[in-house]
Ligand binder design. Sequence first.
Ligand code: GLY
Length: 366
Amino acid sequence: MTTITVALGDRSYPVIVENGLLARAGDHLAPLSRGRTMAIVTDENVLPHLATLQAALHDAGVASEAIVLPPGEGTKSWAMLETLTDRLLALGIERGDHVVALGGGVIGDLVGFACAILKRGCGFVQVPTTLLAQVDSSVGGKTAINTRAGKNLIGAFHQPALVLVDPTTLDTLPPRQVRAGYAEVVKYGLIDDPDFFAWCEANAPALIAGDPQARNHAIAQSIAAKARIVGEDEYETKGRRALLNLGHTFGHALEAEAGFSDRLLHGEGVAAGMALAYAFSAEQGICPPEDAARVRTHLAEVRLPDGLAAANSRQSGGELVAHMMHDKKMNAGTLPFLLARGIGRTYVDKQVDLATVAAFLDRQPR
Ligand code: GLY
């Protein structure tokens, strides 16, 4: 068992990583239940894990009530937020209760936001069941829904009280989803940990294939990196947490081109985006070209998109940059870019000229 603390003063919380943890979750959840029925929110794809969790709670003497929502990004909507908050209110959830979010990033983000506003804030616990949610979205308190104008535009910072990560839930995850989640793992190496990037180069195939040792090491390393950055800059105001957006601005444009559909998963967009951020940095003379090549080679080796062609992009540089302008990081007409001086040397650049980015994208092979 590995426990990582997200250090946020009196809102600090543990992230526990352990194989088989779901079946033992009652031990960790019973103290939060206050002897009351716990609400578990999940989606239809997660039903086998729901059964395990409910049995674990039952064994620990905790009654539970499940709310099962449809799977998919469409669930992060105003309509589903209303459905969920109505259901939670009907269950009589109080501020001192803890709602359990069991699932991937969609469930975690929606439930977190519902709990941020329910009775002006109730407790919640993240039990992430996808690699992407385990290494990124379940930790750090970003919660949101999507609107007509874009993804994650309505939300709040609301930290969970506890995160329970059972890596064995990934055994049944489709391989494409595992690879997409891996993009967020390798991102931590590229941000500020060249040794971890080298570890990823050597171990990614085993990790993606489900080797328990490699997988658990990668998950724990990633959560530790995220916990450290969130502890330094919870509200993304000090320039540290923004580093977690490496690959996301280019990736966002590609996801927008694909209509935020299954044609390009979020992690796939981030992978292509990281390759582009490094290629752009190299073209600007900021990053050694061999480092940019190393990033691209690694992503291709693990069968993640390594640029525009692999992401099936057809749009012009100008059209892609237009998508970027809808990014919520836009600040007084400028868009901060995550660029790199080398492997593990990511920084925020607020001076990037969007016309230069568009011209760079137009030169990329399709
Ligand atoms: N996923 C980026 C962040 O939590 O800040």
